[in-house]
Design a protein around this ligand. Sequence first.
Ligand SMILES: Cc1cc2nc3c(=O)[nH]c(=O)nc-3n(C[C@H](O)[C@H](O)[C@H](O)COP(=O)(O)OP(=O)(O)OC[C@H]3O[C@@H](n4cnc5c(N)ncnc54)[C@H](O)[C@@H]3O)c2cc1C
Length: 429
Amino acid sequence: MLNNKVISIVGAGVTGLSCALKLAGSEITKGYTIRIFENGDKTGGRAHSIKVDDFSIDLGAGRFSPALHPNVSKLVSELAENIEVFPFTKIAHPHPQHTGLKEVLAQLKPKIFNSDNESFFQFLCNYVGSEKSHAIINGLGYDSLFLPQISPKIGYDIIEKHPEIQCFSDNSSYEWFNLVDGFSVLVKSLYERAAVLGVEFYFEHKLVNLQTKSNSTLLEFSGSEQQEIWHNSTYTILALPPTAMSSLNIDFPDSWSDYTYGSIPLFKGFIFFDHPWWQDYNLENKVTIVDNPLRKLYFKSDKYIFFYTDSAYADFWQEETKKSENEYINTVMNLISVALNISIKEIPWPVSHKFKYWPNGVEFALETSPEHPPILSKNNGTIIAASDAYTSHCGWMEGGIIAGKNAAEHLLKKLEKLAVTERDKLISE
Ligand SMILES: Cc1cc2nc3c(=O)[nH]c(=O)nc-3n(C[C@H](O)[C@H](O)[C@H](O)COP(=O)(O)OP(=O)(O)OC[C@H]3O[C@@H](n4cnc5c(N)ncnc54)[C@H](O)[C@@H]3O)c2cc1C
């Protein structure tokens, strides 16, 4: 190996790719080899779309709002051609709890600052009682709002920053968009740009261990055939979510962060029909929030239907998919008919379907008000961790882009200082 100065980025999701692009685009990294190691066989991680017949569907990240996600917006305008309005800010068949909900939430919001160490659900219970709190969260469609680790502040954040339920907050006018060809297009463009700039990609390389040495880190990977592969790295950026960090021998998060981290599972199910029967019910481009395991049911133009669940109902659907395909589809169809209050006989049988379960779909700090340092690092800044989970945009690509850029900027500053010191040394000799 001719060049022994190596920057290794582990993880080729939007965080790792944003980081690589920033590093590779800088003069300061001239003389360094930049490598990305990825466990899977492609880039993107949780930004993952697939094509079904003529449609692209997002099994992972699926929408962004320019008001909330300026970095995503910028990237999209630079790299993606086709965007369209993500129309699901209009609720069809409003839930009985939706009446007056915006006002109730607005009245309670100032009180979150007095609520130490209690969950959003407990916070609601204090003011409106347990029965109504259950009903409110059922009506909001995001079951993570029931969880003990979701603080009132995070609870309000969820309501204000999700298109389906932003109408119950002051953010009701925010616009949302998605990519017609899916978010994989965006990560693919990042990948191609990075490759053109000379970044080397190593797929099917799962990082399993790190050994720190005086001037470098030895990275141990497991390859596609479980073989051990070793790479020496001068600087290492772990663009991995906290769950992946915790499986390494690096004492994460204890010796990295003042915070602890948790995750929530997510599940998306897509159903395709031979004709858009929901148009007869005026449901095109609407979302309905239901009191059954489908929770949020979306009618995507004349194309398809999908449902999206989190927490306990994500696990529920994961179990359902382990049954026969027929049983799974039967359950979905029955629940759609209940949700819309129409006979199952009125709904045609689907022609195909796709689903994806994400055991750690969203990762986030468990503490009530984490301060989110710009980067987490060890070993005198030679090993850096970056993830949306360490930012105030946890659960969003925006956080990943910010984290990736922060990690790159931190390293670039370090390399610049080093270059100045070396130059001064040469001059003095
Ligand atoms: C169902 C779902 C819906 C979402 N909806 C939205 C949305 O609408 N809008 C939005 O902005 N965000 C959304 N998100 C969140 C968004 O997808 C993430 O914030 C973002 O993709 C995180 O990027 P990342 O690079 O930090 O992590 P990841 O995308 O998780 O990438 C990490 C990469 O590291 C790899 N890896 C893991 N362990 C190892 C290892 N040991 N060795 C090597 N490689 C490893 C993984 O294979 C993966 O490719 C959604 C997520 C999910 C799951």
